[in-house]
Design a protein around this ligand. Structure first.
Ligand code: PLP
Length: 396
């Protein structure tokens, strides 16, 4: 067994000397928060994505919350998302006192199935229970079928938030994720396992100035100093007003400086992730083990590399493959447990069986290591371990 072997995680940040210098620079500057790095980071990401506006936050979770609020999600409203996502994609609706529901996934792309979405919309229209917002999650970095979701949004009158926490640097129909061509708002995460990092951090981008202004207000206590938004008459230059119930969801300049520095390497990160993914795709050809289907409309950022182990065909099941990795110090992971299986969601009345494809996916999915600094040797080791798990039943 590999007690001596170094541990290989499923994902890892990549911090350069330049990144460190950028952070140190802020530490000796005038502003640690709400200084020039924030607006430059916002401009950088908006420019990269081709969106008009960007609102940096202390996490993607916060960005999802203020995105929902800006779309006036509240009590009595319904929000739909995919069950195969991090819990934050659904929690944001509950923060706003809205109801959440889940649309089953497509078994090959692992994204929300647009057929399932359309079927559910037809039923919901009959029952007068259409969603106000649908949150589309770009699973592992591959875009959802946004043109279809956008068409359904027009037909059924809902708003669209893209949870692109996995998908900074990805493209759809040749254009960057985040241009909001088929959505109202797109949200990114800069948690260390994501494509670029700010430690903790997130951002919402949009082409709608009104939505951006509302998100900015909610990001910082609902407070404004803008004479155009204040209701009373300023009695001095210190004057401010709280006009909404907001939060402190601000990102620091320390984080934004790291983000600005990381943005310079975004394309190289995504290119490297694609090369490693291609290596897996070409060399993992074992029966019963399939990768996320690549859609021709998409260029994935490959935040995650997910395999499905079909126990009817494969010689090992997902658990056996996972344990085989562990024995060799490879820390595979599973993304995700269906959100509505969580005890909290069960307490809201959700029951297993709601999304059969998502539940079947969960039984079979395993995330294998993929990150820009994964060495060729470790990459080869992961491939070798998949193949040996399937060949050598002695490893069970
Ligand atoms: C990571 C993640 C989030 C939350 O991001 P934070 O920045 O940690 O709040 C939300 N949605 C998805 C799909 C994620 O992967």
């Amino acid at each position: 067994m590999g007690g001596e072997e170094k541990m290989i995680p499923y994902g890892h940040q990549s911090i350069s000397e330049d990144d460190k210098q950028a952070v140190l620079g802020v530490l000796s500057s005038l502003f640690l928060t709400q200084g020039p790095e924030i607006s430059s980071f916002e401009g950088n990401v908006a420019g990269y994505c081709g969106a008009r506006r960007a609102v940096a936050t202390n996490s993607a979770t916060s960005a999802l919350h203020i995105a929902c609020l800006s779309l006036e999600v509240g009590k009595g409203d319904i929000v739909w998302t995919s069950p195969i996502t991090f819990v934050a994609s659904a929690n944001c609706a509950l923060y706003c006192q809205a109801e959440i529901d889940f649309v089953d996934i497509c078994p090959s792309t692992f994204n929300m199935s647009t057929e399932a979405l359309e079927q559910k919309l037809i039923l919901a229209e009959r029952e007068g229970r259409l969603p106000k917002v649908v949150i589309a999650v770009h699973m592992a970095g591959q875009s959802c079928d946004m043109s279809k979701i956008g068409a359904l949004a027009l037909r059924y009158g809902f708003k669209v938030i893209e949870d692109a926490s996995h998908a900074l640097g990805a493209r759809y129909l040749g254009e960057p994720i985040g241009n909001c061509r088929f959505s109202d708002i797109t949200v990114f995460s800069f948690h260390p396992v994501k494509i670029i990092t700010t430690g903790e951090g997130g951002m919402a981008v949009t082409n709608n100035h009104d939505l951006a202004d509302r998100m900015i207000l909610r990001r910082s206590h609902g407070i404004t100093r803008d004479p155009l938004t204040t209701r009373g008459k300023p009695d001095g230059p210190w004057y401010y007003e709280q006009v909404e119930l907001g939060f402190n969801y601000r990102m620091t300049d320390i984080q934004a400086a790291l983000g600005n520095s990381q943005m310079k390497r975004l394309d190289s990160f995504v290119t490297r992730r694609n090369e490693l993914a291609k290596g897996y795709e070409d060399r993992l050809t074992t029966a019963g083990i399939t990768a996320q289907c690549r859609h021709l409309d998409c260029y994935s950022s490959y935040h995650l590399y997910i395999l499905r182990v079909n126990p009817q065909v494969s010689k090992v099941n997902r658990r056996q493959l996972f344990d085989h990795f562990r024995r060799h110090n490879v820390f595979a992971n599973v993304h995700y447990i269906p959100v509505y299986w969580q005890p909290f969601y069960r307490s809201l009345g959700f029951e297993p069986g709601l999304c059969p494809e998502a539940e079947c996916y969960y039984e079979q999915a395993i995330t294998i290591p993929l990150f820009p600094s994964l060495s060729e040797a470790d990459h080869a080791k992961v491939i070798e371990l998949v193949n040996s798990a399937v060949e050598g039943s002695s490893t069970r």
